[in-house]
Design a protein around this ligand. Sequence first.
Ligand code: GP9
Ligand code: MN
Length: 631
Amino acid sequence: MKSIKWPKHSILAIAVLATWIKTVIVYHTSFEMDIENLMQEFILFINPLSFLLFIYGLSLFLKSTKARNRYIIAMSIILSIVLYTNVGFYRFYNDFITLPVLFQTSNFGELGTSVGAIINWLDILYFIDVIILIIAIKFVPKLQGQLTIRKEFRRAYFVLAMAVLFLNLGLAETERPQLLTRAFDRELLVKNIGTYNYHLYDIYVQSKSSAQRALADGSELVEVDNYVQANQAAVNDEMFGKYAGRNLILVSLESLQSFVINNEMNGEVVTPFLNSLTNDKDTYYFSDFYHQTGLGKTSDSEFIVENSLFGLGRGAVFFTHGGNTYNSMAEKLGENGYFTNVMHSNNSSFWNRDMIYKSLNIDKFYDINSYEVTDENSVNWGLKDIPFFEQSTELMTQMQQPFYSRLITLTNHYPFYLDPEDIMIPEYDSNSGTLNRYFQTVRYLDEAVKVFFEELKEKGLYENSIIVMYGDHYGISENHNKAMAMYLDKEEITAYDSALLQSVPLYIHIPGSGDGGEINKTAGQIDLRPTILHLLGIETSNDMQLGADIFSEEHEDFVIFRDGRFVTNELVYAGEVCYDRNTGTDIGIEACQPYIDRATTELEYSDAIINGDLLRFYDSETGNLKQDVVN
Ligand code: GP9
Ligand code: MN
């Protein structure tokens, strides 16, 4: 034994290697992570390394071998517990742990009773690195002169750790642009930055928001409340409650922008069914309606529609403030006897939906597990929209009525791929493959909506429902301006054009209503909550909402984008330029200034409500601040 000369930092090296390899094995055996290509596999392989180098490397600052070994063992035990807890949580919830769930003990109610079923004796293998380390420390002979660790060595070691971290982040950024700023999915985060870094990131995001929350008291609400009350639009008496008691079906039309509606691409009609609805007697078609989302994309649109508040300027509010108190449209409908649900065939953890839907008081989330998804019926991001609508309507037949179902489509999602059998029109011929394919997937989405209407009729769900459909956010980003300019027959796409291109279609289809038609009021997603609730006869006058009923005579033609741009019936403010909407010319900032101020105020109020979790201080039944808070 004595004759083997072990290198000086054997224990450190063994610790890093053992935990690294164990973690990678756990990734593959205990979590279901879809790996699509070699690069993703490589990122998954290296992503635990930087953190392990750092955390075990801290032992290099300890003076004695004994202290170093103790620290390394302690760390390996802690990391194993973290990983193993995630494995247990994943077995039950199919999700990674995020800090708030550790404090929401109600989440563990179900878990507690099934711990026995979750754990088995082979799980000892999750601690294999600890065992290896204990054995190694016992058998690797103590080395002389190990007490001093050269500064240069330490420096080189941490430079290496940093290099690994940057390599990892760089590769992750190319695989998943804006991963950290958008933070869309825990699985993607773990896949790209590793389980340990993910926890650090999660701790950072969550503690930032809980600090802001802790500093807030209800007093900020008084000002917001005054503003909201002063800007209320009176209900339209003719429309209020006209369709009370009907089922409410909302359809989020993935990435659908208005520019394809009633338009052609190389002589092909792109949205024949949606075009027919624009002059249908039972449909109100809103042709000057806009999305107001930010980085949270679909999740932002959900947030805006449910709460009539804006998302956040940074990150996705679904992630950062999933545990707040809200007064969602679903909650209001629930209080009025509705069974409320969301239907979307994706993992429930995507966009943190599994968590925030509880805060939004949504009774049930029909996620991927509620659908039959096969290789044949899926493409791109998952289940194709046609089978999605077929299966969703089937599920609806089982629901208690009245119900509120919000359906989220998926096929018309970047990068807009279709199976050959679903292609109905040829590609466009610009320099952008994205825009070229977009028309085809939009055409497919249109077909899917048509099938949806047929299915609703066939299953007896049509007559007694209101169907509201809207584009969730843009599909074609400014990266494709050149191709867009070609399609729209313009020289270039200016800031003015880009703002107007954020228009998404809105349809409120009410079977039997008879007085539909095109409405060109300028409005946005934030207006949906009051508009819809009023149609169903549900008051919102005490609600802390920033939108207004579009059917109201007092509704103002003014829509604010998350980044401060805005559109009215006369003005467009974009790129810090104030444009005359009709001519597209710069008319000087003065004309826009009052609106700029109001846009800033509204965005700030919305942020204050979210960051301070202020609705916990608000009693929406009475419209008063909760007494104990005011004093
Ligand atoms: C994911 C789907 C798409 O579940 O809603 O999200 P997006 O990328 O459009 O925000
Ligand atoms: Mn989307």
